[in-house]
Design a protein around this ligand. Structure first.
Ligand code: IVH
Length: 683
């Protein structure tokens, strides 16, 4: 702290203001980064920092190293100095199977001669780099990488640029405190950074961990300052001038109180079973976490027990890392083939050299569409990063252009449909290429049948993928109406079909005859007509004949139906093949109660689009979407600028992040229930 100059009143005043501003900024950072509960808008925070900058420019002698204006101070370095760790930075033993964890726990309890189960602090194992950050009298003085565990590199100038890391601790700080934690790059920031690098023609990073390492080892801290790095604290090293609490979990809380970020997923669990439950819970949510993790860490919570257990070679006996199967892996792209979807859209599929990733062997991955291939600069022969997170379809995340072999080829769109040989046409916006074969294309027929039978359409349980393939290939079913003519004997003759499952399927087909108009319209698979539009059309027209007879203008009067959707609808009903199929479906006994037509006045949510994400407690997401649609709202699957509200249930992930980025208002479940009860828009 600067000594006040008594003889200059304007200086004394400036100094008071400078100190007050720094305290205020520190406190707002704590609210924002640690509590995740900001008190003031970002612009107000900017104003405080700006005011501090002005005062420091007027009075340069008031500048201190812990001032929030001094994050990017130092000039580029020649090299990093060495730092010796007073207490070595150790590593952890790994467990891969539950049994390894059971053994670890049993050994630890045996060693302490206790039958009682331990309380463990369970934390994600962040996939970044270990870091040691030292504070003297509360002021950040040094940051060092782990190095070989004994000696690391001095990366103070770079670590200071991490915006969420305080340069001064909050509250009463010890004389000396070494904080240990992980520097990492959140996935969203990593993707943004790589996209920008690719656009400039610069090298892209293979994964967030490498990006974090590369950013931290920059000799110019101004470069590091542009990188979206974060730091989660998970332990303390050297401490002087304070008595620490007696449990690891309490130390984590103390670190938070000092203004440091601690992973919000850290929990105290009971015994080894608690550990394994935690592993499964985090594993299930792993793909939706905003940062990459490669496992979880269990630490005996009682610090006395930790001390008694001690270390073997370079790892503690009181902690273990329980690893997840890797969710990204490198492999070679052998070929790109094209799959034909329900509406004829061609999806490029990567045929890969098989690789073990996310716990399974992957040999196919999606490439989404031609634009994506171009954007990611994919060549056949490339070394690619394959990603399989949770139950998500494996995808080619990115390529490593520097490993491209001579003769690598750009994938080409085929000239005709790979299944039926009909010509290919590209949509107006050219992103999607389509087979023009329609019902003549067996791939489209199969997909249409799958859609017709799917849960949100006519919901025919037991009509799985393999069954549909057989029905189409054996020419037993050409159009959905043929399903209703199938008898149990025919079904029982199919591969993998017993008599019992044939009977069940027959019964499921019979049940599907009575449905609702929105479901039926959705099941028809009219292009651009998703569930929301199907519901709106049903409500507006009340029955199928009125809709089938409507012209373009009439269809456009339906809320939220624009000219493109309207023309798809009109085209569909103008097509004689489709009319014949509708007749056959009705003759087969498919029916629905007439829909009560609702006036616009009874649609209090007309014009609003909701996206639901995460788990809701009181009702399923499907039911919530139906209820919103019944009030005239649209329920969409992905967040965009057009989204009116995002409803975030428990464990919301990437959609929540996107909504926050776009500034879409976010509702919790309670707010959603209020909307449904009061039948009024939120707020
Ligand atoms: S505790 C003596 N906790 O894992 C125990 N480590 O092999 C020291 N890591 O290099 C580590 N998340 O960088 C601990 N929640 C966490 C962690 C964590 C990631 C890394 C750490 C270290 C490696 C251990």
């Amino acid at each position: 702290m600067t000594t006040p100059s008594k003889d200059n009143p304007s200086k004394v005043k400036a100094q008071r203001e400078v100190e007050a501003l720094r305290r205020e900024i520190l406190q707002h950072n704590y609210r924002y980064y640690v509590l995740d509960d900001p008190e003031i808008p970002d612009a107000e925070w900017d104003r405080l920092l700006q005011r501090l900058r002005e005062l420091e420019a007027e009075h340069p002698d008031l500048v201190t190293s812990d001032s929030p204006t001094q994050r990017v101070g130092a000039a580029p370095a020649e090299e990093f100095a060495e730092v010796r760790h007073r207490i070595p930075m150790l590593s952890l033993d790994n467990a891969f199977a539950d049994e390894d964890v059971l053994n670890f726990d049993r050994r630890a309890r045996q060693r302490l001669g206790t039958e009682r189960e331990f309380a463990y602090s369970a934390e994600p194992k962040l996939d970044g780099l270990a870091i040691s950050v030292t504070f003297e009298d509360g002021v950040l003085v040094r940051a060092a990488t782990r190095g070989d565990g004994t000696t690391g590199e001095d990366v103070t100038a770079n670590v200071r640029t991490i915006a969420s890391l305080p340069l001064r601790l909050r509250g009463r700080a010890p004389k000396l405190l070494e904080v240990r934690g992980e520097v990492f790059m959140p996935i969203a920031g990593f993707e943004r950074m790589n996209a920008e690098a690719a656009a400039r023609g610069d090298k892209v990073f293979v994964n967030p961990r490498n990006a974090a390492a590369g950013s931290l080892r920059q000799l110019d801290p101004r470069v590091t300052a542009t990188r979206p790095l974060e730091l989660f604290a998970y332990a303390v090293g050297v401490v002087e001038g304070i008595t620490l609490p007696s449990r690891h979990s309490e130390i984590l809380q103390q670190l938070r109180d000092w203004g440091l970020r601690v992973c919000p997923e850290a929990r105290v669990v009971q015994g080894v079973e608690g550990c394994l439950d935690y592993y499964r819970d985090i594993g299930a949510r792993r793909a939706r976490l905003p940062y990459q993790i490669d496992g979880v860490v269990y630490k005996v919570d009682d610090l006395d027990a930790q001390r008694d257990l001690g270390f073997v070679s370079r790892a503690p006996r009181w902690a273990i890392a329980h690893k997840f199967p890797a969710d990204e892996a490198l492999t070679v792209l052998r070929e790109v083939e094209f799959q034909v979807g329900r509406t004829g859209a061609l999806t490029p599929v990567a045929r890969l050299e098989p690789v073990f990733v996310g716990g399974v062997t992957v040999s196919n991955a999606t490439l989404h569409n031609m634009d994506e291939i171009e954007r990611k600069d994919v060549h056949i022969g490339d070394t690619v990063v394959v990603r399989r997170a949770g139950d998500v379809i494996p995808e080619v995340a990115r390529v490593l252009p520097e490993r491209r072999p001579a003769g690598a080829r750009v994938p080409k769109l085929p000239e005709c449909c790979p299944v039926c040989r009909s010509p290919i046409e590209r949509d107006a916006d050219a992103a999607v290429a389509r087979c023009t074969g329609g019902y003549r294309c067996s791939a489209q027929r199969k997909e249409q049948l799958r859609h017709f039978a799917s849960r949100r359409a006519l919901d025919i349980e037991g009509l799985g993928e393999k069954i549909v393939d057989q029905l189409v290939e054996a020419n037993l079913v050409a159009a959905p109406s043929d399903l209703f003519a199938l008898d149990a004997t025919t079904l029982a003759a199919l591969d993998r079909m017993g008599e019992k499952s044939a009977d069940n399927l027959r019964a499921a087909i019979d049940r599907a005859r009575s449905t609702t108009l929105p479901r039926f319209l959705f099941a028809l698979g009219i292009r651009e007509v998703g569930e929301s539009t199907a519901a709106a059309l049903a409500r507006h027209f009340g029955d199928l004949d009125a809709l089938a007879a409507a012209d373009l203008e009439t269809v456009q009067q339906v809320p939220d139906v624009g000219p493109v959707v309207a023309s798809r609808v009109v085209e569909f009903f103008a097509d004689q093949n489709n009319r014949d199929e509708l007749d056959r479906l009705r003759k087969a006994g498919v029916r629905w109660p007439a829909e009560a037509k609702r006036e616009v006045g009874e649609q209090p949510l007309a014009g609003l689009t909701f996206v639901l994400t995460g788990t809701l407690e009181a009702l399923s997401r499907d039911a919530a979407e139906d209820a919103l649609r019944a009030l005239g709202a649209k329920a969409a699957g992905s967040v965009s600028k057009k989204t009116s509200y995002l409803v975030a249930g428990a464990d919301a992930g990437s959609k929540l992040r996107k909504a926050e980025e776009l500034g879409v208002p976010i509702l919790d479940e309670a707010a959603l229930l209020r909307v449904l009860q009061t039948k009024r828009p939120p707020g």
